[in-house]
Write a protein that binds this ligand. Structure first.
Ligand code: HEC
Ligand code: HEC
Length: 244
């Protein structure tokens, strides 16, 4: 499998990476197969075209008005924490804008089933039906990426360089893509909130966040905690502003 094949995979290739990597967790997700395949098809649309030209998800849109009920539900149920445009301003809360629907539906499923734990999100996901997982994930997949606010200070060049080296050495760029935009079940991470990145990397390493594949646990197993901070620093500021 070549470098970008995981991040920008075709649906067939993404199935392969799920099953060949992790048989067990993939089986636990079997209940979601049809929703995920549909999610994969949508993610494929997203990853090959700009978000704005992606076809609206037929099931979620009201043909009479064109309104997506999940856009309204997102505004009333999710925006307070994740931001109206999907760029969160709340500590510890990930930006969802630019995230892939296939990744989003999997994470919502994990929260709902208690396999990824966070008090706030578990409470939100607990009552979701499969259609809701799908509707919210498709809506998230339609939100164009929003860059982080301009940094107060220019990035520390030495730290950025070290972060880039670590990202290459530990294959972050291999799986998440050279531009860290992910694809399908691999999340976009470039420009994500630094506090969230730091927390979630530590949780993957400690096993507190199991993931639906072992990919992250394995990727981080040999990395010392201080390097996780450097990776979070680099990823949050990626891509660095031009000319620096
Ligand atoms: C009270 C605040 C809060 C609300 C409301 C909320 N979220 Fe979250 N959400 C979080 C936090 C915090 C996390 C990160 C949890 C963690 O990893 O510990 C999260 C994580 C997520 C993730 C995983 C993102 C990733 O990058 O892994 C998705 C998807 C998500 N939320 C979707 C939603 C949707 C859809 C709604 C509305 C139906 C919603 N959230 C409402 C706080 C909230
Ligand atoms: C073998 C492929 C692979 C490698 C290598 C890899 N990742 Fe991941 N990463 C994934 C997958 C797949 C997920 C989705 C996690 C899940 O639920 O299983 C993920 C999730 C993440 C997340 C969570 C994003 C979110 O929104 O919650 C972060 C952050 C992340 N990776 C950063 C990194 C960094 C930094 C490296 C390098 C040290 C790295 N990854 C290496 C495949 C990979």
């Amino acid at each position: 499998m070549r470098g970008r094949s995981i991040a920008s995979a075709t649906p067939a290739a993404s199935d392969r990476s799920l099953t060949s990597n992790r048989r067990g967790p993939a089986l636990c997700l079997a209940a979601l197969t049809s929703a995920m395949l549909a999610g994969a098809a949508l993610a494929q649309t997203r990853s090959t075209k700009p978000a704005s030209s992606a076809a609206p998800p037929a099931a979620a849109a009201n043909p009479a008005t064109g309104a997506n009920p999940y856009a309204q539900r997102f505004a009333s149920l999710c925006a307070a924490c994740h931001g109206a445009n999907g760029r969160s301003e709340m500590p510890g809360t990930p930006a969802l804008a630019g995230q892939h629907s296939f990744y989003a539906i999997t994470q919502l499923f994990l929260f709902r089933e208690g396999r990824r734990a966070n008090e706030a999100m578990s409470a939100v996901a607990r009552t979701m039906k499969d259609d809701d997982l799908r509707g919210f994930a498709d809506y998230i997949g339609s939100l164009p990426p929003v860059p982080p606010p301009p940094p107060a200070a220019p990035p520390d060049t030495a730290r950025m360089k070290r972060g880039q080296e670590l990202a290459r050495e530990h294959k972050c760029l291999f799986c998440h893509g050279a531009d860290l935009s992910g694809g399908q079940q691999v999340p976009r991470i470039g420009g994500q909130r630094e506090d969230y990145l730091r927390m979630t990397l530590q949780e993957f390493k400690s096993g507190k966040r199991p993931g639906y594949t072992m990919a992250m646990g394995e990727a981080l197993s040999t990395i010392p905690p201080a390097d996780l901070d450097t990776l979070a620093y680099f990823v949050a500021r990626f891509p660095p502003p031009a000319g620096r």
